[in-house]
Write a protein of this length. Structure first.
Length: 357
């Protein structure tokens, strides 16, 4: 296992960080807080024209051919700036179509999305809530999924049903998308499918492909969380150095110093496990357990670091006029996305128990 980042990773991370710093300012994010979709379309456009969106997508859909390691590097920097863009779900959807789709599907769905001219998202089904009934002309999809990332703003949705993965448009007959309120103001929605008829042109892959799609989606969520947590720790440490109480910086108090030290270990753990999982996925290994471990750390460490952020900042941490609260909300969203700490541990435990002694 090699933790050394590639030149492409470093360059893309630097470019993404620069763009986010210039375009995703505190004033811009204040404006987004009052918008119903919570998406920074201006930043999304710049990420598209700069080549960031297409960098980690395959050549087969017009991308630069880099992969999941580069995508993770981009996601870390987006998390560092709590960028309000749907990169994680979008990249996953584009990569799924590039990997499993036909040439026609790549051309119609993935190629425009790789350049950022359309937005794709992914709707995954853990509890078999979406059924696919085979008909003479194809399949009929029915069911409901909640908290689908970016569903209200998506032009296309990769939907994982019981027996396969399908491509849907929000405008398709029988498809209904309703905006939902999450922990922050970012775009999520309920996807309701009522006897949606699809043919073979809209069938992307067999149900087994959903496992790979989930691994990508979970991994990039962990990468985004790493960026959120790293910046949260940096902001909190700076505040502890500057905030003076009883004639001393609060960072010199033992209780505060211990909280920051614990947060440092948590951030390192989240980062280590995320990159280990990213390397395993990139190498084509069986990475399910690695991704689950990374998600546990993103959730469990994310919870502790987010609360340390607020506690050390005191009243400022609860002030909605201060940017700190956005990092707390971003960390909480990533904590519960695609598996909270307890459910992830249970899944890992079941996998370990299934291994022959």
């Amino acid at each position: 296992m090699d933790f050394t980042t590639t030149e492409a990773q470093r360059d893309l991370a630097a470019l993404t960080r620069d763009i986010v710093a210039r375009y995703s300012t505190d004033d811009v994010q204040r404006q987004l807080d009052s918008r119903p979709d919570g998406i920074d379309r201006a930043l999304w456009g710049v990420l598209g024209t700069s080549g960031v969106l297409s960098a980690a997508t395959p050549n087969s859909v017009g991308g630069d051919g880099f992969g999941v390691l580069e995508a993770a590097s981009i996601a870390v920097e987006l998390g560092r700036g709590i960028a309000a863009v749907p990169y994680v779900a979008h990249w996953t959807a584009v990569s799924a179509i590039a990997r499993f789709g036909t040439d026609e599907q790549r051309h119609e769905w993935a190629a425009p999305a790789a350049l950022g001219s359309s937005i794709l998202t992914v709707a995954l089904d853990e509890d078999d809530t979406v059924s696919a009934r085979e008909t003479a002309t194809g399949w009929t999809l029915s069911g409901t999924m909640t908290c689908v990332d970016s569903a209200p703003i998506a032009d296309g949705i990769v939907v994982a049903a019981v027996d396969g993965v399908y491509l849907l448009r929000p405008s398709d007959p029988g498809v209904a998308v309703t905006s939902q309120h999450g922990v922050d103001n970012r775009s999520i929605g309920e996807l309701e499918l009522t006897s949606v008829a699809v043919d073979s042109v809209r069938r992307l892959a067999e149900s087994a492909a959903a496992q790979q799609v989930r691994a990508w989606l979970t991994l990039l969520t962990c990468a985004y969380q790493v960026g959120v947590l790293e910046e949260s720790l940096a902001v909190t440490a700076n505040y502890a150095r500057e905030r003076v109480q009883f004639g001393k910086p609060i960072g010199s108090f033992q209780a505060v110093a211990q909280r920051l030290a614990d947060a440092y270990i948590d951030v390192k753990g989240a980062r280590l496990t995320m990159w280990k999982a990213a390397w395993a996925v990139s190498a084509g290994r069986d990475a399910d357990d690695d991704v689950a471990v990374a998600k546990f750390w993103a959730a469990d460490a994310g919870h502790r670091v987010a609360h340390t952020l607020v506690h050390v900042h005191g009243g400022v941490g609860l002030d909605r006029d201060h940017p700190v609260h956005r990092y707390f909300l971003a960390a909480k969203r990533a904590e519960f996305a695609y598996g909270a700490a307890t459910s992830t541990l249970r899944r890992l435990g079941a996998a370990l128990a299934a291994v022959p002694a």
